[in-house]
Design a protein around this ligand. Structure first.
Ligand code: TAP
Length: 455
């Protein structure tokens, strides 16, 4: 069997070699999942819930080890990686409360009784990108398992280590063999087989819009259920009536977190013209203070990019003649480093303005009034996230309702809470993850009529 070499992006050291499984092993895993799912769905809801709680407990007890694994594999800062492992625990705990609460309805009808059930789909294939390997995996597998499905999970080829460990912890927690399997290998082999295999009932994909589009088209051939969480080009809209110093101080963390490799990155900052100079003065100071370096150190705020190839791609958005307003610092030497970079002004058609960069590069534009701010924010095929800074409540609500995006924060950059829905408008995706309704994405509603009177 061939293997993938796993590299620490902060040091470029080889840290592991992981099997690259092929089609036959993928098919065998899917067949195991089909058999395991039947037993899993038959378990009493309370027993399924207990096993998910045990899984959450084990993640909690292994939290530091999982975090350190992510620091080494993905270059995430240790504080982010701890949050991510904690998020897996929380998501598991939250959906461990679901099996006993997966209520159907009794609907009034004549001549009998009508009731609905939420049936599991069967085997769910989850395809995960490299930018947040742990949380994104759990947003799929936790509700899918809670609803009585089996899961085959494909991590990104470059960041499989935490997923492999989570697969081991699930078994240790007592989740039956075959119910949750982690399959390491390439997207075009393992991931695509989830699309084409008739016994995979649903594909949950997070990644690029390009691959997501192909997955949706592939799933259409079998009318296969699909959830897509794709790219973003989100706007951070700063009105002149906001606390400009605060908005500028927080702006780096809205876009440079995880080195900008975040689908929710607010990679376009729109500032009301009358506040532009004041904003840029504070923003420059904030960017120069971002601590970029060894992600295992507690004080580090930004680590490296994931790979040399990705750094190459990000660099293309900052050519030699780019108008760099200012840049932060980053280490030299081994590691895929890229400094926090602010581009301004940018020409209306510039690639950096229109395409998802997925690196620590942000563009700053100005606007005159509310209408122009909304127009600019919506001038993108994406619609995942965004922020609005203003002290005017009615304006904040008007603008929030007008921006075509799935997740907005007012006077904050927070995007994700496991108990609120998450997902995109337009080409940022299809369907929602997390929140109270996540199980409906992993079940089919069945209606049953029972005659109680002869007709
Ligand atoms: P992709 O290249 O799309 O890869 C994502 C996953 O899909 C990986 O596991 C990849 O496997 C797999 N894959 C690749 N080609 C495939 C195919 N033909 N069939 C099935 N699976 C395939 O994206 P990426 O570069 O890893 O991630 C960055 C993108 O993800 C960005 O656009 C970002 O915005 C988006 N993203 C979105 C969100 C949400 S929630 N909307 C969250 C995070 C990231 P390999 O490992 O073999 O490449």
């Amino acid at each position: 069997m061939t293997t993938s070499k796993i590299i620490n992006p902060a040091t470029e050291a080889l840290i592991a070699e992981v099997p690259r499984i092929g089609l036959d092993e993928t098919d065998a895993a899917i067949e195991r999942a089909v058999l395991a799912q039947r037993q899993w769905a038959k378990l009493a809801p309370g027993d399924r819930a207990k096993l998910l709680r045990s899984f959450a407990d084990l993640v909690d007890r292994n939290l530091e080890a999982l975090a350190l694994l992510e620091v080494a594999n993905a270059g995430h800062t240790i504080s982010n990686a701890r949050w991510e492992a904690g998020n897996v625990r929380d998501v598991l705990e939250y959906y461990a409360g679901a099996p006993e609460r997966l209520f159907g309805r009794q609907i009034p009808v004549g001549g009998g009784v009508d009731i609905t059930f939420h049936e599991p789909l069967g085997v769910v294939g989850i395809i995960v990108p490299w930018n947040f390997p742990m949380p994104i995996a759990s947003w799929g597998f936790a509700p899918a398992l809670a609803a009585g499905n089996a899961v085959v999970l494909k991590p990104a080829e470059v960041t499989p280590l935490t997923a492999i460990r989570l697969g081991e912890l699930a078994l240790e927690a007592g989740i039956p063999d075959g119910v949750f399997q982690v399959l390491t290998g390439s997207g075009s082999t393992v991931g695509w087989r989830f699309v084409t295999h008739p016994k995979v009932a649903k594909v949950c994909f997070t990644g690029s819009t390009e691959v997501g589009t192909a997955i949706m088209a592939g799933c259409a051939e079998q009318v296969k259920r699909v959830t897509l969480e794709l790219g973003g080009k989100s706007a951070n809209v700063v009105f002149a009536d906001s606390d400009i110093a605060l908005a500028a101080a927080r702006a780096p963390y809205g876009v440079f977190d995880n080195a900008g490799q975040d689908c929710c990155a607010r990679s376009r900052i729109l500032v009301q013209r009358s506040a532009y100079d004041e904003f840029m003065e504070h923003f420059e100071r904030a960017v120069s203070n971002v601590v970029v370096g060894d992600p295992s150190l507690e004080a580090t705020e930004m680590g490296p990019l994931i790979s040399a190839a990705h750094r190459e791609k990000v660099s293309e958005y900052v050519p030699d003649d780019a108008k760099i307003a200012f840049q932060g610092q980053c280490p030299s030497g081994p590691g895929f480093w890229f400094p926090p970079t602010v581009l301004a002004p940018v020409a209306p058609g510039a690639r950096a303005l229109r395409e998802e960069i997925f690196g620590p590069v942000v563009v700053v534009q100005t606007f005159e009034d509310e209408a122009e701010a909304i127009g600019l924010a919506n001038d993108t095929p994406f619609g995942l996230s965004g922020s609005i800074w203003t002290n005017h409540l009615a304006k904040a609500m008007r603008v929030a309702r007008a921006i075509e995006t799935g997740n907005l924060s007012i006077n904050s950059h927070s995007s994700v809470r496991y108990w609120t829905p998450f997902g995109g408008f337009k080409q940022s995706g299809l369907g929602r993850e997390l929140g109270p309704d996540a199980l409906s994405a992993f079940t089919e509603e069945k209606n049953v009529f029972i005659a109680t009177e002869e007709t």
